[in-house]
Design a protein around this ligand. Structure first.
Ligand SMILES: Nc1ncnc2c1ncn2[C@@H]1O[C@H](COP(=O)(O)OP(=O)(O)O)[C@@H](O)[C@H]1O
Ligand SMILES: [Mg+2]
Length: 244
C-alpha cells in the first residue's frame, strides 16, 4: 500500500476574469520510506501540491488517498486529526511561535495529541538533543540562528512520529553548511523509515532525495530516480561531538 496516492489531483483558483489552474490533474504516488524532491519553476504549483498532500487545502478535483484511506471528502475536523497524527510540516520560514521557547515549540504537537506534560517534556528534550540543540532548549526563537530555528522546526515536525514529512524549501533561507545539516537530518529520518517530500529549486539539494518529481505549469513533466545521489554529512553535529 502506498503512503500517498494522488489521482487526477487538481486545484484551481479564481483569478480576475477566469480561473487559474495551479495543479492540473496530477497523478503520483509515494511509497513508505521514499525521499522525493519536487522541483519546478516559480509558480509551477509546488506549494499548492504540498498543501493538498498535507491537507492544508482542499483539491478542486481528483482524489487523495493516504495509507489506503480516501481523505478527500473528510470533514475539516477529521482532516485535522489525520494531519496531526500522520504528517509533519517544515516550512522555509520555520513558523515557530515567537513567545515560546524551543522546547515548548517542539512540545506543541504533543499538546494537541493529548500527551501529559511530563511525558511530552521528556520526549521533546530527547528530540532536541538528537538534533544537537541540548544547550538551547529554553531559548526563544529570536535568540537562535536560522539553522537552529530550522532544526527546532524539524524536531517539532517529527516529535509525533509522523509517517510523512513535508518540507517546502527547507534549506532556502540557510547557508550551505547549515543546509547540508538539514539534508543530513532528512536522510537520517528517511533511513529510519519516514517518507520525505521536499520542495526545492536547487538541483544539488534535490540530489539528496532518492527520486525527483518535476512539475511545470501544474503538470508533472518528469518522475525519475536519482542516479547520483548525494549523502550529506551533518557537519554541525560532528563539530558539536568533537568538542563535547
Ligand atoms: N491562494 C491563491 N490564490 C490564487 N492563486 C494562487 C494562490 N496560491 C497560488 N496561486 C497561484 O497558483 C500558481 C501556483 O502557485 P504555487 O503553488 O505557490 O507555486 P510554486 O510553489 O511552484 O511557486 C501560481 O500561478 C500562483 O500565483
Ligand atoms: Mg512555493
Amino acid at each position: 500500500m502506498k503512503l500517498v496516492d494522488a489521482h487526477n489531483l487538481t486545484k484551481t483558483y479564481a483569478s480576475g476574469t477566469g480561473t487559474l489552474t495551479a495543479l492540473d490533474a496530477v497523478n503520483f504516488s509515494i511509497g513508505a520510506g521514499e525521499f522525493v524532491a519536487i522541483m519546478g519553476p516559480s509558480g509551477s504549483g509546488k506549494t499548492t501540491l504540498m498543501n493538498l498532500v498535507g491537507l492544508l487545502d482542499r483539491p478542486s478535483g481528483g482524489r487523495l488517498i493516504l495509507e489506503g484511506e480516501d481523505v478527500t471528502g473528510l470533514s475539516p475536523d477529521r482532516q485535522a486529526g489525520v494531519r496531526n497524527a500522520r504528517i509533519g510540516f517544515i516550512f522555509q520560514s520555520y513558523n515557530l511561535l515567537p513567545r515560546s521557547s524551543a522546547i515548548e515549540n517542539v512540545e506543541l504537537p504533543l499538546v494537541y495529541a493529548g500527551m501529559q506534560r511530563r511525558e511530552r517534556r521528556e520526549l521533546a528534550r530527547r528530540f532536541l538533543s538528537i538534533i544537537g540543540l541540548s544547550g538551547r532548549m529554553d531559548h526563544l526563537p529570536a535568540m537562535l540562528s536560522g539553522g537552529e530555528q530550522q532544526r527546532v522546526a524539524i524536531a517539532r515536525a517529527v516529535v509525533n512520529n509522523p509517517a510523512l514529512i513535508l518540507a517546502d524549501e527547507p534549506t532556502g533561507a540557510l547557508d550551505s553548511t547549515t543546509g547540508r545539516t538539514v539534508l543530513a537530518i532528512f536522510q537520517k529520518l528517511n533511513t529510519l523509515g519516514k517518507s520525505v517530500l521536499m520542495v526545492t529549486h536547487d538541483e544539488a539539494v534535490a540530489r539528496h532525495a532518492s527520486r525527483i518529481l518535476r512539475i511545470q505549469d501544474g503538470r508533472i513533466v518528469s518522475d525519475a530516480a536519482v542516479e547520483d545521489r548525494i549523502f550529506a554529512r551533518d557537519a554541525q553535529r560532528e563539530a558539536a561531538g568533537a568538542v563535547s
